[in-house]
Ligand binder design. Structure first.
Ligand SMILES: Nc1ncnc2c1ncn2[C@@H]1O[C@H](COP(=O)(O)OP(=O)(O)OP(=O)(O)O)[C@@H](O)[C@H]1O
Length: 456
């Protein structure tokens, strides 16, 4: 649209210029000079204006983010009496923005003053020439003057139009950059697995390596392991050892090499959407959608309320709330964007309920490191132990060793390698083992040994 607008303005300019030349041919040279001068002014203005505009946009976003952060934290600001500090910071940011926007307006004024002066001199020159020099008729003089004044106005409009085009072309460049972001392969009909898949949670991994980018380092190195259907496996390791990367590799969220078989089917031959809908991952802080709790559990309206309530009960939500509590969660409770009106523990319980509704055979739990109160944590652990089907394989990325001491097996990762994989008691017997070192180094060592003995 801007291109056609610029084209229209140029046509009008040309028509007006020709009209002036027809009445007063001697104005051809001054007219061309005015056009060239206008072009030069426009070029200089564009150069200055683009960088000032960039500064202005850079100064604008901190104000907006500061305002939205202040709005989100209004209660804390009042509670801690931080109004003055927030106001002071707002003024600093507004001052910075005002300085740049003042420079922006001054650049505009610089251009307008010159174009208008040039137009006035041009029109006055033509008027003097037609009245005292060529003595054209009154109607021709009026016509030529009208055209000349409009001509200079059009030069200014043309400069503004080209300028807006340049500014908006920058936004197009940004859109282009987003369009060029690498996409995951699209779902194809060939990769649709049979409807019964996965019938079990058996997981086999052969020489699985993974990295985050083509030229990045390997974060998982040639992992080989098999997990029987229904087994509970705890994944432990020091920070950065590759625990979360392993969960992402199983979901093919990062670049992988090697083979992963879920219920006998190689996952790289399965559609990504089919693969991801058959595995449920409960991240440390689960994301929820804004809507009702029912919509979050069953976004496509496939299950009736009895099934949904059953999953909430099995996940342990009802044991945490009293029936007379007005704030208790029900299927009709409103959930705000991201699940912001629920605690992390409640969100994990809902994510667990979601996994139960979907009857996933492979459940990956990234244990919440953020403070979950003991009662909620116990409820989640009890639900995982007692309510999941016997054929559901559970992988728990553990940050607290207590959670996985009664697991069937423990996988210990170190620098992207599996260094130990076996039953907890067996690993504890290895005095030089990493798992033993982790247990011995933890504050609740005695409890952990007792737990391992009891489950062994
Ligand atoms: N988005 C990423 N891009 C590139 N490298 C990453 C990314 N996330 C993690 N890594 C790297 O992958 C390696 C394994 O990290 P990962 O997050 O899997 O460890 P972790 O064992 O889950 O750690 P933590 O217990 O702290 O969560 C680390 O070396 C880390 O630097």
């Amino acid at each position: 649209m801007l291109v056609s607008q610029t084209g229209d303005i140029t046509t009008f300019m040309f028509a007006r210029f020709c009209s002036v030349i027809l009445v007063a041919p001697a104005t051809l040279i001054p007219g061309v000079m005015v056009t060239i001068a206008g072009g030069w002014l426009g070029k200089t203005y564009l150069k200055a204006q683009l960088s000032v505009k960039r500064e202005m946009s850079n100064a604008q976003s901190p104000i907006l983010s500061h305002f939205s952060a202040a709005l989100a934290g209004l209660v804390s600001i009042r509670a801690y009496g931080a109004q003055t500090a927030i106001k002071r910071e707002s003024f600093v940011r507004i001052d910075k923005y005002t300085r740049t926007s003042r420079a922006f307006n001054e650049v505009n004024r610089w251009m307008s003053v010159r174009i208008e002066t040039m137009g006035a001199v041009f029109a006055a020159g033509i008027a003097a020439y037609l009245v005292y020099g060529r003595t054209a008729s009154a109607s021709n003089t009026g016509f030529a003057l009208n055209m000349a004044v409009g001509f200079c106005d059009l030069i200014r409009h043309c400069i503004y139009a080209v300028n807006s085009m340049e500014v908006q072309a920058n936004s197009l460049e940004r859109i282009q950059q987003y369009l060029e972001i690498e996409h995951e392969p699209k779902a194809t009909p060939d990769g649709v697995p049979p409807a019964y898949w996965p019938a079990s949670g058996k997981l086999s991994v052969e020489t699985l390596s993974a990295k985050y980018s083509e030229d990045g380092p390997k974060v998982l190195r040639d992992l080989n392991f098999t997990i029987k259907s229904g087994e509970r496996v705890g994944i432990v390791g020091r920070t950065g050892s590759g625990k979360s990367s392993l969960t992402l590799a199983l979901l093919r969220c990062i670049l992988t090499e090697g083979k992963v078989y879920l219920d006998g089917l190689p996952t790289d031959s399965v559609n990504l959407s089919a693969l991801r809908s058959s595995i449920t991952i409960i991240p440390q802080v689960p994301e929820l959608l804004s809507g009702t709790l029912r919509q979050n559990l069953d976004p496509f309206g496939e299950y009736d309320d009895a099934v949904l309530n059953d999953s909430l009960r099995a996940a342990g939500l009802f044991s945490l709330q009293h029936s007379e509590d007005d704030a208790r969660l029900t299927l009709d409770s409103a959930i705000s964007s991201g699940g912001g009106n629920l605690s992390v523990g409640q969100r994990q319980i809902l994510a667990l309920a979601r996994a139960m509704v979907r009857r996933s055979k492979l459940l990956i739990l990234d244990e919440a490191t953020s403070a979950i109160d003991n009662e909620t944590d116990n409820v989640i652990q009890a639900s995982l132990r007692n309510e999941l089907g016997k054929d559901v394989t559970l992988l728990t990325v553990a940050h607290r060793l207590q959670t996985i001491m009664d697991a069937d097996k423990i996988m210990v990762l170190d620098a992207g390698n599996i260094v130990e994989f076996g039953e907890p008691g067996e690993l504890l017997n290895d005095e030089a083992g990493l798992f033993r070192a982790l247990v011995d180094g933890s504050g609740d060592k005695d409890t952990l040994y007792t737990m391992a003995k009891r489950s062994g």
